[in-house]
Write a protein that binds this ligand. Structure first.
Ligand code: 4AZ
Length: 630
């Protein structure tokens, strides 16, 4: 493969003729989902305008909705620390995988667990075992929620009994939002959460008088028990109003052509989609957004999160940008509750008493105790001299995940070190039966003048994707397992650093800048001895360049507008890497194919590695490549 360089500045440019390839839809290759989307887009007459003034089609990504993402979709969100990500879904870990340290907790059915994590992971197996309180189970009983003065069993004013509190208390309206209402309804067994968070019920007069002393509650929205939320008591002079709720039942639902259907079946008003508030209860209204409205922040992965989650010390966007470039981290939790009410009632002094443990902080503590994977961060962070993009040789340590694959006497392909004894490459580079002929050269720069860091590894086995198709280049991915040095348990590659394997297709987007590297040939078929690199951008909608040959889910195009930087013969199997906001490097693509080299309108095509996360983890073992949700 070759990395083309711009001749004007560096010596060899490929100024291919611009050839315009007309965009033509190909119904034959149209998948069923695409067809349904087509129908949807063309048959829906609604040109709805959202509150933010954005037309719905600029707010919500309809194609993304077909995936039915929820709070359990790890392509879009992080899993809870007691869960792991398997085939795109957060599933529960077993209790023994929880960190051992923490305080014991008690459940609503009076069972005791060593930590919150143990309880939550047990709850997955037995959903009726809900959290009641931090600390041991007391004789006085457990946390309890009930609804009062409603017309049906599914509605009313919310009353709770906190453990350690003698009396049952109502919740103040001020702290009550759809987030808390959803949790209360889920707690009460309404799986779809709340229908509305505010409705007036007729309450007896003496209750109104007593309501100067109600409880404030703050939830994150992912809790299954209202007891996992944080309760505070505030004494104020005036009447506060009490929280009420209508929980979702099929009968009460009244969908219109203006409403959004959540994945859990519930309908919510269209104008509440992509506002950072988890109205659906399963978060499905916030996961396919092109923009956010109201007080929300848009993650690059298309997820809207509340603005207050920005710079709060916990990463919410899978792409990490909500916690990057922060001047200081705020810890909102309880303080934000205060801030909210202070704004409402200026001049009124409040006395706040925290009544329950902050389980959100406990959740973050558990997260911080989980093992962390080290990948994608170079060891020697020497400052690179500024260079013209593309065309300059790499220096030692610049691409510590890059390997060369030697077949017999020749270096035929590139590869990417992903940890342990494993190297990722293109299927078209290797054949399992030839494994004895291969060598993996790591930390190599110039194969005419091998540097001292170079290590040569022999190969134990080669695994080619079982669905690799040599004619279409579909699933052009293979794994090479290197031999361990004799008597060693691990592959010792002290001069190599693994690149991270992307677990979600939403980590990088078209127009993101990424880097290709390799020993591939130059334009005039000139041999290259020294590792070279170039910057390319990810290209979306690549079927326009390769009609009928480009498979969006499995392939990724990348290149430059003028085609001056490209991979070529000999670069195959090598890396297309992208860096996230924290400068962590991911192996986003494997050099696979392309029409010619360095021609505009004919970008390089790469195997889309994120699509093969499960395949890779099946072979190399999940812990080796799982950064989160191990
Ligand atoms: C090859 O023959 C090859 N310009 C690799 C990449 C590209 C073209 C050919 C993309 O291995």
């Amino acid at each position: 493969m070759e990395v083309q360089r711009e001749q004007k500045t560096q010596g060899s440019i490929w100024n291919g003729q611009k050839s315009f390839v007309e965009t033509a839809p190909h119904t034959s290759s149209m998948k069923l989902t695409q067809f349904l989307l087509f129908l949807y887009l063309h048959l829906s007459s609604c040109k709805c305008i959202s509150v933010s003034g954005l037309p719905q089609e600029d707010l919500v990504d309809q194609k993304c909705l077909l995936n039915k993402y929820t709070h359990r979709s790890c392509n879009k969100v992080f899993c809870q620390p007691w869960q792991k990500c398997v085939e795109g879904s957060c599933v529960c870990k077993l209790p023994y995988q929880c960190p051992k340290t923490g305080t014991p907790v008690c459940t609503t059915n009076g069972r005791k667990y060593p930590t919150y994590c143990h309880q939550k992971s047990f709850e997955c197996l037995q959903p009726e075992t809900k959290f009641s309180n931090n600390g041991t189970c007391t004789a006085e009983g457990n946390f309890n929620v009930s609804l009062h003065y409603g017309n049906t069993y599914a509605e009313g004013i919310v009353r709770v009994r906190l453990v350690d509190q003698d009396e049952k208390m109502f919740i103040c309206k001020k702290s009550w939002s759809m987030t808390e209402a959803n949790v209360a309804c889920v707690h009460l067994g309404f799986q779809q959460g709340a229908l509305v968070a505010r409705k007036r019920f007729n309450v007896p007069g003496d209750l109104l008088i007593n309501s100067t002393e109600c409880l404030h509650v703050r939830c994150r929205g992912i809790e299954t028990s209202l007891a996992e939320c944080t309760f505070t008591r505030r004494r104020t002079s005036g009447y506060q109003g009490l929280a009420d709720v209508v929980c979702y039942t099929r009968d009460a639902d009244s969908p219109s052509n203006q409403s959004f259907q959540c994945v859990n079946g519930k309908h919510i008003p269209q104008e509440r989609v992509c506002n950072g508030v988890n109205e659906c209860g399963d978060q499905s209204d916030e996961l396919c957004c092109k923009a956010c409205q109201g007080n929300a922040f848009l993650c690059k992965s298309g997820v809207c999160i509340p603005n207050e989650y920005k710079c709060n010390g916990e990463v919410d966007c899978i792409t990490g940008e909500d916690e990057s470039g922060c001047k200081e981290t705020r810890h909102p939790q309880i303080h934000d509750n205060l801030a909210r009410s202070d704004q409402d009632q200026e001049g009124e002094t409040e006395e706040t008493e925290i009544l329950t443990a902050d389980m959100d902080i406990e959740r973050q503590r558990i997260k911080s105790l989980l093992p962390k994977l080290s990948c994608g961060v170079k060891r020697n962070t020497h400052i690179r001299r500024k260079r013209v993009i593309g065309g300059k040789p790499a220096e030692v340590g610049d691409y510590p995940w890059q390997v060369a694959i030697k077949d017999g006497e020749r270096i035929t392909c590139g590869g990417i070190y992903i940890g342990g004894c494993w190297v990722l490459t293109a299927a078209h580079c290797v054949r399992p039966s030839r494994y004895r002929h291969y060598q993996v050269w790591t930390a190599l720069l110039d194969w005419l003048n091998p540097n001292s860091q170079l290590r040569v590894q022999t190969v134990n086995r080669v695994i080619v994707h079982e669905k690799y198709d040599g004619t279409t280049y579909q699933n052009d991915i293979a794994l090479i397992e290197m031999k361990k040095s004799s008597g060693k348990k691990e592959c010792e590659l002290s001069n190599s650093v693994p690149a991270c394997v992307p677990w979600s297709p939403y980590l990088f987007q078209p127009n993101d800048k990424c880097i290709i590297s390799g020993w591939g040939r130059e334009k005039d078929n000139q041999k290259v001895y020294s590792l070279r690199w170039g910057e390319v951008k990810l290209i979306g909608n690549c079927s326009q360049f390769y009609p009928n040959r480009y498979y969006e889910k499995e392939m990724q195009c990348a290149g430059t507008d003028d085609g001056s930087i490209d991979a070529c013969k000999g670069d195959s199997g090598g890396p297309l890497v992208c860096k996230d906001v924290n400068n962590v490097t991911y192996i986003w693509g494997i050099v696979s194919w392309g029409e010619n080299c360095g021609k505009p309108e004919f970008p390089g095509v790469y195997t889309r590695v994120a699509n093969y996360f499960e395949w890779i983890s099946y072979h190399v073992g999940r812990p080796l490549i799982s950064q989160h949700n191990v």
